[in-house]
Design a protein around this ligand. Structure first.
Ligand SMILES: O=C1O[C@H]([C@@H](O)CO)C(O)=C1O
Length: 550
């Protein structure tokens, strides 16, 4: 195994991801940031310099469990202090499992400003993937707003509330089209794109006929749930979130923010043509053009536009279609199985609420607020009053009607955390509900830091004790992200085997900003000495200054 060294600088640059120039957060002047490619067992060493003028920054390595390095998880106020301008922080961690990952900002809404990139882990030398392919491609999917993230954040925390609305464009590897279509010549009804800048030209994937390609697809969208399809080609899903799944073949797939997949495609179509790859919006009434990329069968010219129309995204609220995809995802044989029983079950009700007229999201009526001192340090060194020491609720009222808006929408904000017994097995039931408006319940993709979990099942309506007997303990997929469908529930199980403090939250950037997440802590007393640079702020900063490191 190798140690791979990177020297990165985060700064804003001018770029035109969808042919409209804006400030974009970049790494070493690149947007999206550089792709990290490593082998399982390698150590990644990133010296991250904050070259922003007046704000802090952190980077989260999404899907990497950070065994033994919880301070490298890159979550501001949770695992570390935000890195100040001109300062450098070293992220050093092992990538222990092959798979398709990515990294992104985890401070304020910096992810939505463009702070993201791919992290691909190949199998270790001498190991083989359990499927064959000739070459692979990365597709990092995102959505893009023309409004700055400051404008967005202020709007979300203003009274009256100003919702950010739907994104202006969808991006594939940082490139998209705003209010126009690359396929206007065949699609009709849309205006043709004037792709004047290379920043926003069509992304081209060059292939040879009769080969098999692995598409590594990850979504780091701020808001949008996506559907991806390729004209004339079927896709065989083989990986989800860095875990192998039992292969299954589909014409199109949904992908939610925070998820990653690998699919295999075979280039067995008429080789004299090129084909569209399309991503469009699911789960919210779309007001954003699909993004298109070109599968370019060599030796055709890449600029030869496909003659067929791009695949059409399923209707946004066809949830049956989305569910049928999610339900097909099962563990590949050989995947570790869940323990047969859980020691604790936490039910988490997801609701939209109000505090003094400000709109929030809450879990069991607690809307997450982050403390000035990162939990990892304040818990490790047992500092008093660094955060709310109360216990967050284990469940919610038995008469809560998830099909109706909350009868009492008033919520409370708290920095409290779930403390989990080290090495215990925990079930979490994520329960969706009606939002503030009548007849509205939205998709929320939840992401757990520091662990993979098993997805034991999904259901419609309110979860009940009878549903426990339907849990899939035979071949539940291992993942780090999972969706809850409108008015439905999702059950997960995980083993709390990673000493540290971890976020578990909705991966929709504005929803997290509005409090949609919880903090879980386990075995913090076993965390080895935390690098001082990670905790030199707030109360841990004072502790270090007083030379009181226990
Ligand atoms: O958090 C959200 O707020 C709006 C809406 O519910 C209130 O304007 C919306 O669509 C969200 O997802």
């Amino acid at each position: 195994a190798k140690t791979r060294h990177f020297k990165w600088e985060v700064s804003y640059i001018y770029a035109s991801p969808d042919c409209n120039e804006r400030l974009v957060m970049a790494i070493n002047g690149q947007f999206p940031g550089p792709t990290i490619r490593a082998k399982a067992g390698d150590t990644i060493h990133v010296e991250l310099k904050n070259a922003l003028h007046t704000e802090g920054v952190v980077i989260h390595w999404h899907g990497i469990r950070q065994y033994g390095t919880p301070w490298a998880d890159g979550t501001a106020s949770i695992s570390q202090c935000a890195i100040n301008p001109e300062e450098t922080f070293v992220y050093r961690f092992e990538v222990d499992k092959a798979g398709t990952y990515f990294y992104h900002g985890h401070y304020g809404m910096q992810r939505a400003a463009g702070l993201y990139g791919s992290l691909i882990v190949d199998v270790a030398d001498g190991e083989e993937e359990p499927f064959h392919y000739d070459a692979d491609f990365n597709l990092l999917l995102s959505d893009w707003y023309h409004q700055s993230i400051y404008d967005q954040m202020v709007g979300l925390s203003s009274k009256p509330f100003r919702w950010i609305g739907e994104p202006q464009s969808l991006l594939i590897n940082g490139r998209g089209q705003y209010n126009c279509s690359l396929a206007a010549h065949v699609a009709g009804g849309t205006s043709a794109c004037n792709v004047s800048s290379k920043d926003c030209a069509a992304v081209v994937f060059q292939v040879l006929p009769n080969k098999t390609y692995r598409l590594r697809i990850a979504s780091t969208t701020s808001l949008a749930s996506l559907n991806l399809a390729i004209g004339n080609h079927k896709m065989t899903v083989v990986e989800a979130d860095g875990n192998y799944v039992e292969p299954f073949t589909v014409n199109d797939m949904d992908i939610y923010s925070g998820e990653s997949y690998s699919v295999l495609i075979t280039t067995n179509q008429n080789p004299s043509s090129n084909y569209w790859l399309s991503i469009g919006v699911r789960g919210r009434k779309p007001n954003t053009q699909p993004a298109l990329a070109i599968i370019n069968y060599r030796p055709n010219s890449a600029s030869k536009l496909p003659e067929s129309t791009p695949p059409i995204t399923p209707v946004w609220n066809d949830y049956a279609h989305s569910k049928s995809f999610s339900y097909k995802i099962l563990a590949r044989e050989g995947t570790p199985k869940p323990p047969p029983h859980a020691a604790r079950r936490i039910a988490m009700l997801n609701t939209q609420n109000r505090i003094d007229g400000y709109i929030k999201w809450a879990i069991n009526n607690v809307s997450l607020a982050l403390p000035p001192t990162p939990y990892l340090g304040s818990m490790r060194y047992r500092l008093k009053n660094a955060f709310d020491a109360s216990k967050p609720p284990e469940s919610f009222s038995s008469d809560y009607d998830v099909m109706k808006p909350p009868t009492n929408a008033n919520t409370t904000q708290s920095t409290n955390a779930y403390v989990i017994q080290l090495n215990s097995t925990v079930d979490i039931i994520l329960q969706n509900a009606n939002a503030l408006a009548d007849n509205v319940s939205e998709i929320h993709p939840w992401h757990l830091h520091g662990h993979d979990f098993w997805v034991l099942g999904y259901g419609d309506g309110r979860f009940g004790e009878k549903d426990v007997s339907k849990f899939n303990l035979k071949n539940p997929p291992l993942r780090n992200s999972v969706v809850i469908f409108p008015y439905g529930w999702t059950a997960i199980r995980y083993v709390a085997d990673n000493p540290g403090v971890w976020a578990f939250h909705c991966h929709i950037e504005p929803h997290l900003h509005m409090g949609m997440g919880v903090i879980i802590a386990e075995g913090v007393e076993y965390v080895k000495r935390i690098p001082k640079e990670a905790i030199t702020c707030g109360m841990t900063g004072k502790m270090l200054m007083n030379n009181k490191l226990p």
